[in-house]
Design a protein around this ligand. Structure first.
Ligand code: BT5
Length: 261
């Protein structure tokens, strides 16, 4: 599979690409390598993950032959406060890659869910390692995409979907992986200078805006309307009593008022 991926990349593609048949979690592997000095532009892709992770301790179903489980490690020279938009930039970039290969552009449910036909096609998990002065030592961007129709476990049957089902096309995983790597590479080259354009694209893709939602904080569900996004990807919500607040993805989740979206 590694050779197939490389065959779709330009010969001078500068990133290091590692393929595993099985990995616990490509994010965990790269975080370990990051501590050990892995260079900017190290990418790990697994056919299957035994401990695929989402945010806030949730798991990501990652069976063999069915999806793309890909992480890249970057070493941007900046403070963490300059990378608040990273998850949004990565999500919009992933939509670009999916569209380029399949013709189908997913939507994004704030902040990190890729959506097709009202169901979850995949997700993004970004993690930062910081120095004592708040500078970024490295960041890991993890991407999971369901590609092939697969028997989702009972708890995901109603919320998960694959790209094959959403686009009606057979998806060549190695082509999509190569496109993701190229688009992420382009994104990484202008991570700090291209912020406004990436956020503008994210805003166009974000299906949460304008919707009635529930803001979930520490298990408490509060009805609200998702009104806007700030430049860092914070979600501006208006509660039923008129009170407005900008919520961040580290402290709340959102659900649709009547279902997942
Ligand atoms: C995410 O978290 O959606 C981020 C997923 C990131 C996965 C990639 S794969 C490569 C890299 N290595 C990792 O270990 N992780 C990254 P979150 O928003 O917390 O959503 C998790 C929730 O999505 C779960 O609680 C389920 O409800 C649902 N879910 C789990 N697996 C799914 C799947 N394959 N397709 C759709 N939904 C899924």
């Amino acid at each position: 599979m590694k050779n197939e991926i490389l065959s779709h990349l330009p010969g001078d593609f500068p990133w290091q690409v590692h393929w595993y048949d099985t990995a616990p979690s490509t994010n965990d592997l790269l975080k370990k390598w990051g501590k050990e000095g892995a260079v900017h532009g190290t990418a790990v892709i697994a056919d299957r993950q035994t401990g695929g992770r989402g945010r806030l301790g949730r798991s990501f179903h990652s069976p063999a032959g069915c999806g793309i489980y890909l992480s890249v490690l970057l070493r941007p020279n900046c403070k963490a406060t300059e990378l608040m938009h990273l998850t949004c930039a990565a999500a919009a970039t992933v939509c670009d890659a999916v569209e380029a290969v399949s013709g189908f552009r997913p939507g994004i449910k704030w902040i990190n869910d890729l959506i097709a036909g009202g169901k979850k096609l995949g997700g993004i998990l970004t993690e930062l390692s910081l120095g004592v002065d708040g500078s970024v030592e490295y960041c890991v961007i993890g991407i999971g995409i369901n590609c092939v129709k697969n028997p989702f476990p009972e708890e995901l049957k109603d919320i998960a979907v694959s790209l094959e089902e959403a686009s009606g096309l057979q998806v060549d995983r190695s082509r999509l992986i190569a496109m993701l790597l190229q688009e992420l590479h382009t994104m990484s080259q202008a991570l700090l200078t291209d912020k406004a354009a990436r956020m503008a694209q994210y805003r166009r893709d974000c299906i949460t805006l304008g919707k009635e939602i529930q803001v979930i904080r520490n298990g408490v569900h509060l009805p609200a309307v998702a009104e806007d996004l700030d430049d860092d990807g914070g979600l501006l919500v208006r509660y039923s009593d008129g009170h407005r607040e900008t919520v961040s993805s580290g402290e709340v989740s959102v659900r649709g008022m009547y279902g997942y979206i």
